[in-house]
Design a protein around this ligand. Structure first.
Ligand code: YSA
Length: 269
């Protein structure tokens, strides 16, 4: 009986099909992709729609439409990769987008309020890297425009998303800051998960890690796209995706995400 079985299962090629198969390695999503998806799901649960936009952008959308004309000192906030682009009508300033905020303007040009969108995407800055800064990184932009939107809506939305992403335990902090395209402007920080708020190189000894800039959309930006600023107000924000992934997993160096070291990447889900 044993002999007959062996004869039946052995094909002419000599391959022994009774041997266990070679395991097929299972791929998994990069931790930044996982975080992107979790951020989008959190905002979608609050009624935001996901849209995407170009990575090579006009100076107009990246700067001018956001109240940063040529020569404005606020351009120094964004170290920029410029692109040479010339057609038969001459040269036009283009760049690798330094933030996802240009999509605020592109969306408003095409849509009438109420607007509730988020924009996940890659952004580029000509800057030296360290434990919390990369030259190529990811942001999620958010924009809500409607009648009677206030700073309280901005804070309520971002607190709720922080609760969904980080749990009840994490602390969130808002502080006033300056962006030319909002008034007032704020940034939001989360207490550092790497040191528990004691102070380390990730939080530069402060106990807090900044995750986003935000504010009430400046009336000049709204009127530039033709919105009636007596009727509509809005809030907007831009959050750093790697910073959020660092806080969620206690990662102490942003550069680990892009070194393609499988020992690091295999730890996530
Ligand atoms: C502000 C107001 C709005 O109405 C809308 C958006 C914004 C944010 C603005 N566009 C901006 O980019 N601000 S920012 O330069 O402070 O970056 C936002 C977030 O991106 C930071 O809080 C940080 O989490 C992350 N970030 C900034 N530079 C980074 C970085 N993450 C990794 N590497 C870098 N080099």
């Amino acid at each position: 009986e044993g002999l007959r079985l062996a004869q039946v299962s052995k094909p002419p090629s000599g391959v022994d099909i009774s041997l266990p198969g070679r395991p097929v390695p299972m791929g998994r999503l990069h931790p930044v992709t996982q975080t992107f998806r979790d951020i989008c799901a959190a905002f979608q649960s609050l009624g935001f729609e996901v849209v995407e936009g170009p990575e090579v952008e006009w100076d107009y959308y990246n700067f001018e439409a956001l109240n940063i004309p040529p020569g404005h000192a606020a351009r120094d906030m964004f170290s920029t990769f410029w692109v040479d682009y010339t057609d038969d009508r001459g040269g036009h300033p283009m760049l690798l987008r330094t933030h996802t905020s240009p999509m605020q303007v592109r969306v408003m040009e095409k849509t009438q309020p109420p607007v509730r969108v988020i924009v996940p995407g890659q952004v580029f800055r000509y800057e030296a890297t360290d434990a919390t800064h990369e030259a190529v990184f990811h942001q999620v932009e958010g924009l809500a425009v409607d009648e009677s939107i206030t700073l309280a809506d901005l804070k309520g939305t971002l607190y709720e998303v922080a609760r969904l992403l980080f749990g009840e335990e994490r602390k969130a902090r808002f502080r006033c800051t300056y962006f030319p395209f909002v008034e007032p402007g704020v940034d939001m920080a989360i207490d550092c998960a790497v040191c528990g708020g004691e102070g380390c190189r990730v939080c530069s000894g402060t106990g807090w890690l900044e995750i986003l800039g935000a504010g009430m959309v400046h009336p000049d930006v709204l009127s530039r796209v033709g919105y009636d600023t007596r009727r509509y107000t809005g809030f907007a924000f831009g959050m750093g995706v790697e910073r959020i992934a660092m806080l969620r997993h206690g990662i102490d160096d942003i550069r680990l995400f892009f070194q393609n070291d499988l020992r690091f990447l295999r730890q996530f889900r």
